[in-house]
Design a protein around this ligand. Structure first.
Ligand SMILES: NC(=O)c1ccc[n+]([C@@H]2O[C@H](COP(=O)([O-])OP(=O)(O)OC[C@H]3O[C@@H](n4cnc5c(N)ncnc54)[C@H](O)[C@@H]3O)[C@@H](O)[C@H]2O)c1
Ligand SMILES: CC(=O)N[C@@H]1[C@@H](OP(=O)(O)OP(=O)(O)OC[C@H]2O[C@@H](n3ccc(=O)[nH]c3=O)[C@H](O)[C@@H]2O)O[C@H](CO)[C@@H](O)[C@@H]1O
Length: 432
């Protein structure tokens, strides 16, 4: 068994540290956020993920310890954020982690980057930072191994998913295989180029984003033919070589909407990929169009948005389609009444016109979002939009909702309602 220092104890690093400890390694979890370390030690988890509490608790009772300083270790695993800022990947966290590793790096140690990064980052950015240790790449091992776990199923996928491993040389691949082989039950797919592994990770999320964009465009076209897009997609998917994804109010989370753009960092060839991004981001405007068609005008209406988590049964509201829809509704009303806009009052903006957007989510707890209870959100609203496929929404009682709403329109952007039952309760359901 080996010693492992995990850098960054967030959504990825913390479960990974726990699983490594479970596999018998001596694991030191390091994070720059000292309050986070204190909270982990108190057993307070910041990651809302099924099954994680138990795995962390038993790891902390065993060979996982949190550390306030980077420690020398056989392996350094870097799991720090790589957000998109001004259209580019912000790599300063990777560089800072690399510097901290360099200060403790010993000959024959292995450094593995797990963060999602633009192709070339391990070799061109991290490698040179690590060489500030005085050691050259080759004297230590260096590899890239992307994380592919699905939020909501992290612990299972850490074990079960195949794992891509790209090392700068054979020794690096061998060292990374030894570590991941101790807990991964999926295939270890090795390659002698970290850049290829970085590229493959981005391709997986880009495939999903482009596929969802196609489904969203199909939904808009199907509506023009008065066809049910989900039925059409299900029928098309019976073909053995067709796998269309599902339409929705937009693509959220901090991976799928962002990772495709990392491909543009070293190439100006992005075309379809950028269109797909625009189509997916444009779904908020399309749902707004649907509401305008149903309500006549959205000015001076109240609309309940059910779901601000980026997807069903998670508490994460990053890049939330529901919040984007809320903003789009407000912008549309403001634009309609801006000076000079068609329908604007003579002499300028009509400050009395607005839209009352109410937000509800049974999972999200962010106090900045002014979330309302479900009865408060629905009470007297002209329409409701299902923006997230939470289980709680699939089992809503249509009669109760119909009694709470003032209007009779529900836009089911996730296709989770039993339309016949809702229409029997007097609700007009519009699906994507
Ligand atoms: N969350 C996912 O579903 C997912 C899946 C696959 C890949 N990824 C990728 O994994 C990486 C990490 O994502 P995450 O969701 O765990 O992020 P996160 O924000 O949840 O956690 C990152 C942690 O790193 C810490 N940190 C920042 N700088 C540091 C430094 N120099 N040294 C040590 N710690 C530092 C932060 O304090 C934070 O606790 C990102 O590149 C992300 O794109 C995430
Ligand atoms: C290739 C892949 O599988 N990658 C996964 C992905 O995880 P995720 O949780 O971000 O991904 P999704 O579940 O796809 O959700 C994203 C958004 O797309 C909407 N959506 C989804 C399916 C659909 O048919 N129609 C839609 O509209 C959904 O509502 C939500 O808003 O990235 C992680 C980080 O890299 C990976 O680790 C993880 O493996």
């Amino acid at each position: 068994m080996s010693s492992v220092c995990v850098h960054g104890l967030g959504y990825i690093g913390l479960p990974t540290a726990a699983v490594l400890a479970e596999a018998g390694h001596d694991v030191f979890g390091y994070d720059v956020d000292v309050e986070l370390l204190d909270a982990i030690e108190r057993g307070e988890l910041h990651v809302d993920e099924p099954g994680l509490d138990d795995v962390i608790a038993s790891a902390l009772d065993g060979s996982l310890s949190v550390t306030r300083e980077v420690v020398p270790a056989d392996y350094h695993l870097i799991c720090v954020p790589t957000p998109l800022e001004d259209g580019r990947a912000e790599l300063s966290y990777v560089e800072a982690a690399g510097e901290a590793v360099a200060a403790e790096l010993r000959p024959d140690d292995t450094v593995i980057l797990e963060s999602t990064v633009p192709p070339g980052t391990t070799v061109e950015v991290l490698g040179p930072v690590l060489e500030r240790s005085g050691l050259d790449v080759g004297e230590f091992s260096l590899a890239y191994s992307p994380e592919t776990v699905l939020p909501g199923n992290v612990i299972a996928e850490l074990h079960d998913n195949d794992r891509a491993i790209g090392g700068v040389d054979a020794a690096s691949v061998e060292a990374a295989v030894a570590l991941y082989g101790s807990f991964v039950e999926g295939e270890l797919r090795t390659m002698s180029d970290p850049t290829l592994a970085e590229f493959v990770k981005l391709l997986q999320n880009t495939y999903r984003d482009v596929n969802i964009a196609l489904a969203n465009e199909v939904a808009m076209i199907a509506a023009d033919y008065d066809l049910d897009s989900r039925e059409a997609i299900a029928l098309a998917n019976h073909h053995p070589r067709v796998d269309l994804h599902q339409p929705g109010p937009g693509v959220g989370g901090h991976c799928i909407p962002i990772d495709p753009l990392f491909l543009g960092q070293g190439s100006d060839r992005l075309d379809l990929i950028e269109r797909a991004r625009a189509i997916n981001d444009g779904m908020a405007a399309y749902v707004t169009d649907l509401l305008e068609t149903e309500l006549g005008s959205i000015t001076d209406t109240s609309v309940a948005i059910l779901g601000v988590a980026y997807k069903g049964n998670v508490a994460d509201a990053r890049e939330s389609p529901g919040l984007r829809l809320a903003e789009t509704l407000q912008q549309r009303v403001r634009a309609t009444h801006a000076p000079g806009a068609e329908g604007a009052g003579v002499g300028g903006s009509d400050t009395d016109t607005e839209i009352d957007v109410r937000l509800h989510d049974p999972h999200v707890t962010d106090s900045h979002l002014a979330l309302e209870s479900l009865p408060d959100a629905l009470s007297g609203a002209d329409a409701a939009v299902i923006a997230t496929d939470h289980d709680e929404y699939a089992v809503l009682d249509p009669t109760e909702v119909a009694a709470q709403l003032d209007g009779d329109t529900v836009i089911d952007a996730k296709g989770i309602l039993d339309v016949a039952a809702w229409e029997a309760a007097g609700v007009t359901v519009v699906e994507l």
